[in-house]
Structure formats: structure tokens, C-alpha cells
Ligand binder design. Structure first.
Ligand SMILES: O=C(O)[C@H](O)[C@@H](O)[C@H](O)[C@H](O)COP(=O)(O)O
Length: 334
């Protein structure tokens, strides 16, 4: 059944969070079980709805290792010191489909953990193919396992374009996930698309500071930077993550939470991005990589490569746990 476009007007009381979004969610086809209003959907875990919880078959190979990699971009910072201690896991799957199923379960499990522990779940998205790989989260059984009203959604990087532009990471996530699940609109934090790249980065950082003050976003005791519960990240074939590109000085930023770039080698050129101290202060970081065009960068990051140059993704860590999710193509050179 076709559900009409969902109007989402976002507004917040503080200037830093003055994000207002006119919905660009196109009519979406939802399954029979979702033929309902959002409010009734929220009660769909009530008796009467039976969840299909058949066992999920995974081709799973978990290789937990203690990370001992150095963080060359911020070696002297507390963030890097803590990041070096983080638990690192690598999970490999045959297909992208299997990665998608595992990622949905992983995210739903962390959502339940933080809902219980903190009463909120702060999730940071990237753009790119990650959003497609997150698709299972909006399907049974995961759809009904998550308390969506506890979610607060952010972007690790965003292109400085209007929110209805084809390049917008917000638009990508809205159409791929957010318009299918009942997250309160005021808890989806898009950038202010009326500002310059510099202005949008400052505005986003102010928004984050306001949310840290309210304890919506936790603070890392180790680094003093915000501690998001989960960041769902992608990597480019060149080893970039967020909008932190190889050899770019932004990789060395140690003070700002959010910064901007006007010469991104991946178009469009103007973007805002979280910095490494913030990314590496997240409780959980998930790096989701599929496709054999990324096998070289994966090998550089996880293999025994002695390559002298450092890719940004090699500096990735997390305060509690970093997990790499790879399909066969991405893992083909490990
Ligand atoms: O705005 C962006 O460009 C993305 O946030 C970017 O950091 C992305 O995550 C990687 O480039 C991987 O993208 P793909 O998975 O599509 O290769």
C-alpha cells in the first residue's frame, strides 16, 4: 500500500539546532504490516502482532583482536590514547545481503542496550552505500525490536547542498530509512542548509554542544569529546571516511568537533564533517565495507601491509568497540 508523503517539519528551540526541514520523503511502499499510522505503528509490539523471528542464517567469521594500531593523526591526544585500547573486531560475510542482515541485528541490539542504559540512543549515519546496507533495519523483525522514539540521528558528514538535492546525505537517509520508521522528527539533526560550509559546521557543533549539555549525547570521560552511542560508517576506495580524505589537513584536527571542507576530492566539494577526536570517542563504531573496489584499502587497514602512507581509515578507533563488517569482495585481499 502506498503511504502518503510524511510531512516532517523539524524545529528546535536553540539556535544551534535551528534545523527546519520540509519533507522530501516521496511516497513509500510499505508492507502490509506497516499499513498503519505512525502512532499505531509505535504500539505494534503489543499483543496481536506476531513477529517473525526465524533464525537468521549467517556466514559469520568473527576475529576479535586487540587493536594496537597507532593513531598518527592525533597521537598526542587523549582521544588517540583511549582509541588505541579499543576492542577491534572483523566480521566477514559472503554477500552484501548477509552483511545487511547482520548490520540490522547489530544495530537493533545496540539500540536495546542504550535504550535500557541511557533512555536514548544516539546514532550517527554516513552517506554512500551504507544507507542501502541498513535497509533490513526497516524490515521485520528488526523494525519492531527497536524503540524508534528513543533514537537521535546525526550525520558524520554532510554535503553542503539543499536537503532536497540529489547529493544530500540527509535525503539519502530519509528516503532509504528514516521515512520508514517512527523517529520523532525533532530528533533527526540535519545541517542548516541555508548556511555556508563554514557556517553549517559551526552551527552543527553548536547543536551538538546543546545536546551534550542536556545529556542527550553522552560525554567521553576519557577525552571530553561527545561520546555518541553508535556511528555507522562507510569507507571510500581511497580509504577516506566521513569527509576526511587521504593527505588532507582536516585529518589532523584535534580541537573542533565539526569542521568543513571546500575542496573535497569526492564531489560535491563543500562538506561538513566530524573530526577524528569525535569519531574515535564514539562508544561503538561500525565500518561497513562492501565491494571488491575497496579490497586494497581494507587490506591496508586490516592486513599486514607495510605501505608507508597512512589512510584516514587506519586512524579509526572507538572508545568501546570498533567492528568492521565486510563482504567477500571487500575482504578478498585479507
Ligand atoms: O558523504 C559521503 O561521501 C559519505 O559519507 C562518504 O564518507 C561515504 O561514506 C564513503 O565515501 C563511502 O561511500 P560508498 O559506500 O558509497 O563507497
Amino acid at each position: 500500500m502506498t503511504v502518503g508523503a510524511r510531512s516532517a517539519i523539524f524545529s528546535a528551540s536553540k539556535p544551534g539546532c535551528a534545523v527546519r526541514m520540509a519533507s522530501i520523503c516521496s511516497p513509500t511502499r510499505l508492507s502490509l504490516s506497516l499499513r498503519t499510522t505512525l502512532s499505531s505503528l509505535r504500539t505494534s509490539r503489543a499483543p496481536g502482532i506476531s513477529l517473525r523471528s526465524s533464525p537468521i542464517s549467517l556466514s559469520l567469521s568473527i576475529k576479535p583482536v586487540r587493536s594496537n594500531f597507532k593513531n598518527p593523526v592525533s597521537a598526542s591526544s587523549a582521544s588517540a590514547d583511549m582509541a588505541g585500547q579499543c576492542q577491534k573486531k572483523v566480521e566477514k560475510f559472503q554477500t552484501e545481503e548477509e552483511v545487511a542482515v547482520r548490520l540490522a541485528k547489530y544495530t537493533a541490539d545496540l539500540s536495546a542496550k542504550f535504550e535500557k542504559e541511557r533512555g536514548a540512543f544516539t546514532v550517527v549515519l554516513s552517506g554512500g552505500s551504507l544507507i542501502y546496507t541498513l535497509r533490513k533495519l526497516a524490515e521485520e523483525p528488526y523494525m519492531y525490536m527497536v524503540e524508534w522514539e528513543k533514537w537521535h540521528v546525526f550525520w558524520v558528514d554532510e554535503r553542503v547542498v539543499k536537503r532536497d538535492h540529489a547529493d544530500s546525505n540527509y535525503k539519502l537517509a530519509l528516503e532509504g530509512l528514516l521515512c520508514k520508521v517512527p523517529i520523532p522528527p525533532g530528533q533527526v539533526y540535519a545541517i542548516n542548509d541555508t548556511l555556508s560550509a563554514e557556517g553549517a559546521a559551526e552551527d552543527y557543533e553548536t547543536c551538538l554542544k546543546h545536546l551534550v549539555e542536556r545529556n542527550v549525547i553522552a560525554t567521553s570521560k576519557a577525552t571530553g569529546f561527545p561520546k555518541f552511542d553508535l556511528m555507522l560508517l562507510g569507507m571510500g576506495p581511497d580509504g577516506h571516511l566521513a569527509s576526511l580524505f587521504p593527505g588532507h589537513p582536516l585529518c589532523n584536527e584535534k580541537t573542533k568537533w565539526v569542521t568543513h571542507i571546500t575542496d573535497s576530492p569526492k564531489p560535491p566539494p563543500e562538506r561538513i564533517t566530524y573530526t577524528f577526536p569525535v569519531i574515535n570517542s564514539a562508544a561503538y563504531n561500525a565500518m561497513v565495507v562492501t565491494g571488491d573496489d575497496k579490497a586494497d584499502a581494507v587490506q591496508r587497514a586490516l592486513g599486514n601491509s607495510q605501505h608507508p602512507d597512512t589512510l584516514p581509515v587506519q586512524s579509526l578507533a572507538a572508545e568501546d568497540e570498533l567492528t568492521w563488517f565486510l563482504d567477500q569482495g571487500a575482504a578478498s585481499k585479507l
